[in-house]
Design a protein around this ligand. Structure first.
Ligand SMILES: COC(=O)C(/C=C/C1=C(C)CCCC1(C)C)=C/O[C@H]1C=C(C)C(=O)O1
Ligand SMILES: O=C(O)CCC(=O)C(=O)O
Ligand SMILES: [Fe+2]
Length: 365
């Protein structure tokens, strides 16, 4: 008899946090309790003095010459000093943002058996479940995820596209198309901030890889002990994040050695620089570490789009950003190689990017 195939990855039992919350609202299983050094301190949820910058997209596209130049300057500062910004007047229909949010929430509210028809297999990143879990002793995030590959079509697994709720798939398609255009436009302006020709990234990326991930964080009776999402930087070039309306404040970015909360601006989208742009700009624009924390009474939803070069594209610092004052910090590799590395390692701050770093004896970064 042929041996029964088993997954080489042993992740142990992973509780579904929504079910856990329903059955035992005050129980936090040990696998979710973070070590002291990782626990979020509640003080940081107080309003912060510093806010991530906001960029008015319509000033970039439709503004007069002065407005446009001023916004490009703001964009350059946001990318260099923060790696994160919120885009207002992004041009995506607000009713589309509302629809995707409603459908994502409806998906997470389906019975567990329905969601489990689209399981995220251990070691993979598409479907419903917890990604980036590779061992039985790894701490778990207080989060349920649903992720799908969008472009190019060959990365799609059609079995994971849900039948319920109705209109989910069509809306994901329309939404992803709009977000893709926004990424392409933002990359044009980012190129301009670097003194490069506007189409440089579009020409370099080929048919860009795009994926969507929906994160649902139920309330947690002990938000001081758990993390909604482990600290990480994104492997993408750009990430576009929509925070659910009425959600608790949960996204935090690591800046100047502190966790800074991102206060949602109604109808704005949060954009962040991913590892790929950090490498291409030779570290001028950095992918900033971020995480999500939970709330005692409120749930939270985020819808995230990752936009990255095609897998066969060879990456490395662009020659325009390397000189004797800015020596080359990263080696060359293909995005496919980076992708493989990213999805086979747990989320651990900026550790994934070590893959690309050229280690010099004097380097302290
Ligand atoms: C849970 O998934 C992720 O966090 C994630 C994965 C994205 C992907 C899919 C859901 C389908 C197949 C493609 C891809 C791996 C992009 C994060 O995406 C980041 C990580 C890399 C690398 C990247 O390009 O975006
Ligand atoms: O939910 C959030 O705000 C963070 C999500 C995130 O960082 C991610 O999905 O990569
Ligand atoms: Fe992220």
């Amino acid at each position: 008899m042929a041996p029964v195939p088993t997954s080489p990855i042993k992740v142990g039992h992973i509780d579904d946090v929504q079910e856990l919350r329903k059955a035992k609202p005050t129980t936090i299983p040990e696998r979710f309790v973070r070590d002291m050094t990782e626990r979020p301190t509640l003080a940081i949820t107080l309003p912060s003095l510093s806010e991530i910058p906001s960029i008015n997209f319509s000033s970039l596209v439709n503004g007069n010459k002065d407005d446009c130049q001023n916004e490009i300057l703001q964009l350059a500062r946001a990318c260099e000093d923060w790696g994160f910004f919120q885009v207002i007047n992004h041009g995506i229909d607000l009713s589309l943002l509302e629809s995707i949010e409603e459908l994502a929430k409806n998906f997470f509210m389906l019975p567990l058996e329905e969601k489990q028809k689209y399981p995220m297999a251990p070691g993979t990143v598409q479907g419903y479940g917890q990604a980036f879990v590779f061992s039985e002793d790894q701490k778990l995030d207080w989060c349920n995820m649903f992720a799908l590959g969008i472009e190019p079509h060959y990365i799609r697994n059609p079995k994971l596209w849900p039948i319920q709720p109705p209109k989910f798939c069509e809306t994901v398609e329309v939404y992803s198309r709009e977000v893709r255009k926004l990424c392409q436009n933002l990359l044009k302006y980012i190129a301009i901030t670097l003194g490069l020709k506007a189409d440089i990234f579009e020409e370099m990326f080929g048919v860009a890889v795009q994926a969507i991930r929906m994160n649902y964080y139920p309330p947690c009776s002990r938000p001081d002990l758990v993390l909604g999402l482990s600290p990480h930087s994104d492997g993408s070039a750009l990430t576009v994040l929509q925070q659910g309306k009425g959600s608790s404040v949960g996204l935090q970015i690591f800046k100047d050695n502190k966790w800074v909360p991102v206060q949602p601006i109604p109808n704005a989208l949060v954009i962040n620089i991913g590892d790929t742009l950090e490498v291409l700009t030779n570290g001028k624009y950095k992918s900033v570490e971020h995480r999500a924390v939970t709330h005692k009474e409120k749930d939270r939803l985020s819808i995230v789009n990752f936009y990255a070069p095609s897998y066969e594209i060879e990456l490395g610092p662009m020659p325009e950003l390397v000189d004797e004052n800015n020596p080359c910090k990263y080696r060359r590799y293909t995005h496919g190689e980076y992708n493989k590395h990213y999805v086979t390692n747990k989320l651990q701050g900026k550790k994934t990017l070590e893959f690309a770093k050229i280690k010099s004896k004097t380097s302290t970064e």
